[in-house]
Design a protein around this ligand. Structure first.
Ligand SMILES: CC(C)(COP(=O)(O)OP(=O)(O)OC[C@H]1O[C@@H](n2cnc3c(N)ncnc32)[C@H](O)[C@@H]1OP(=O)(O)O)[C@@H](O)C(=O)NCCC(=O)NCCS
Length: 174
């Protein structure tokens, strides 16, 4: 399945609001992700992506000519400067076609080449088998499960930590 990672554009707002407004997506993300997801939410998000911030790498996932998902790295500061956090979601109609696995590989390559970081990590909820599989296929290692670490949608859940080190990323197939 063809896709590209590119900068967000203001004209993506309508597609973003349409695809992001999905409870199955919101349930797997942090509670700052709005649900319902309005056009204003989309506009605010895109504005934030367009601000110059050397600690953030935000990309739209364009499929069939539309912004159909989001993937982002945010680099940390101070003593945590060797690491960056990864987050992503994709429009439901494109799930299961290998898009996110490849998008994760691409943004990790970009993050390691742009920044002097040593690790990229992600913290999916333990019950999010799809996201965990994406990370495993993209070469991440499960480092542990944080038991009862998050309160989301009215329930306490476990979350996992996965990470990819710079030297591991460079030994993955291109
Ligand atoms: C999780 C998500 C990003 C997966 O994207 P995707 O493009 O469908 O993933 P891929 O097609 O690259 O799938 C990679 C692997 O995961 C598996 N997988 C995908 N979704 C799955 C699911 N819901 N349950 C179990 N396995 C799943 C695929 O079968 C594939 O494994 P395989 O090659 O061994 O068959 C997408 O479902 C999504 O946006 N979910 C909601 C938001 C979310 O969970 N974001 C991550 C927060 S940490």
């Amino acid at each position: 399945m063809e896709f590209i990672l590119r900068q967000w554009r203001r004209e993506d707002a309508a597609d973003l609001a349409k695809y992001a407004n999905n409870e199955k997506i919101a349930r797997n993300l942090r509670d700052v992700f709005p649900y319902p997801y309005t056009l204003e939410d989309a506009q605010e998000f895109i504005d934030a992506c367009l601000e110059k911030d050397s600690f953030l790498l935000f990309r739209a996932i364009e499929v069939d000519g539309r912004a159909a998902g989001s993937i982002a790295l945010s680099r940390e500061d101070g003593m945590y400067r060797p690491k960056a956090e990864l987050g992503y979601w994709l429009a439901e109609e494109y799930w299961g076609r290998g898009i996110m696995t490849e998008a994760v590989r691409q943004i990790c390559r970009e993050g390691f080449s742009r920044w002097d970081i040593r690790r990229i990590y992600a913290e999916p909820y333990a019950h999010n088998s799809g996201s965990r599989r994406v990370l495993e296929k993209a070469g991440f290692t499960l480092e542990g499960t944080q038991r009862q670490s998050v309160f989301i949608w009215g329930e306490v859940c476990d979350s996992c930590i996965y990470a990819l080190l710079r030297e591991e990323a460079s030994s993955l197939p291109a």
